[in-house]
Design a protein around this ligand. Structure first.
Ligand SMILES: *[C@@H]1O[C@H](CO)[C@@H](O)[C@H](O)[C@H]1NC(C)=O
Ligand SMILES: *[C@@H]1O[C@H](CO)[C@@H](O)[C@H](O)[C@H]1NC(C)=O
Ligand SMILES: *[C@@H]1O[C@H](CO)[C@@H](O)[C@H](O)[C@H]1NC(C)=O
Length: 284
């Protein structure tokens, strides 16, 4: 499964040009041989030849984009949310000075907007969906047909929100070790050096690091002359190819697991690999 798949190598450009030239010279020869024909049949013939040529060209271009698309993702793994993935163009905001709805002092309004992004709960998937997962997951309760997952993007956003709140904690005089963005929400779980303090934040930073590297956005930022600053500036408010976040969020909202579960009993597990397995488990 993880071997490089040669089938998806794009057709070399030279080969395509040769192909296109052959079609052109063949149609021209065919046209020359029939010099004696009437103008009508000539133009009819030429039109047929042109159409065949254009359809051929379209087919080649289609094959080319098709193979390019698949060769970009040679190791695509199954996700139960894969059908919710749609691509769109999006211009990033690159705001300074709190002009975005997601920046600024963490009051209940801004905090609420952040929470909206990731408060979708655990997602419920079917047994047959769970069976296709690269990593195993459990049934929600013994004997149930609901299997539980959390989709990465929501965990990552929750993590980023924790980091955001903690930064304001360090900046804002009103907060201290016992009264801060963490303790206000769930005071019972907070210890500065405990699981809900710096250890959690450190975990979050490391997850977001891997997520950013995993995605490796290659969108170029640009340099432009700024008339107001009378200098050349770098601009981050450029157009990106994005997955439509709303579609993924809606998928998760439709699948929110509302039942209760605890983690103490042994239940059915579906999927391929257990924690600690080597990736070989995917081919078995
Ligand atoms: C930020 O915005 C405020 C209000 O619009 C403005 O008064 C202030 O000058 C801005 N600060 C900077 C550094 O641009
Ligand atoms: C922390 O701030 C809260 C709220 O202002 C205050 O009631 C509390 O006494 C402070 N605790 C410490 C240790 O300063
Ligand atoms: C997921 O699968 C990989 C590859 O086998 C493995 O290294 C990792 O530990 C697994 N994680 C879990 C939680 O199953």
């Amino acid at each position: 499964m993880f071997g490089h798949n040669q089938n998806y190598a794009p057709i070399p450009e030279e080969e395509q040009n040769i192909h296109a030239e052959n079609i052109t010279s063949r149609s021209l020869n065919w046209w020359k041989k029939r010099k004696g024909l009437t103008t009508y049949s000539l133009s009819l013939g030429f039109s047929v030849a042109l159409n065949v040529f254009l359809i051929g060209l379209l087919y080649i271009l289609h094959r080319q984009t098709e193979s390019r698309r698949t060769s970009s993702f040679p190791h695509l793994l199954y996700s139960p949310a894969q059908d919710a993935v749609h691509y769109e163009l999006k211009t990033f905001e690159s705001s300074f000075n709190y002009t975005s709805p997601y920046t600024g002092y963490p009051d209940s309004e801004i905090n609420g907007r952040w929470k909206q992004l990731y408060r979708v709960g655990n997602s419920r998937i079917s047994k047959s969906e769970a069976a296709q997962l690269p990593n195993k997951t459990i049934a929600a309760t013994a004997g149930s047909d609901d299997y539980l997952v959390v989709i990465s993007v929501f965990h990552d956003l929750h993590c980023l929100d924790r980091i955001r709140q903690s930064l304001w904690y360090f900046y804002d005089d009103q907060w201290n070790a016992t009264y801060n963005p963490f303790t206000v929400e769930r005071p019972e779980t907070y210890k500065p050096r405990g699981l809900n303090g710096i250890i959690h934040l450190d975990h979050c930073i490391n997850i977001i690091r891997q997520s950013i590297q995993c995605f490796s956005d290659v969108t170029p930022y640009v340099f432009q002359w700024s008339p107001t600053a009378q200098a050349v500036h770098a601009y981050a408010n450029v157009i990106h190819t994005c997955r439509n976040f709303e579609a993924v969020r809606e998928w998760a909202l439709d699948r929110t697991f509302t039942g209760s579960w605890d983690g103490v009993d042994h239940r059915d597990e579906q999927g391929h690999c257990r924690s600690g397995d080597s990736v070989d488990c995917l081919v078995n």
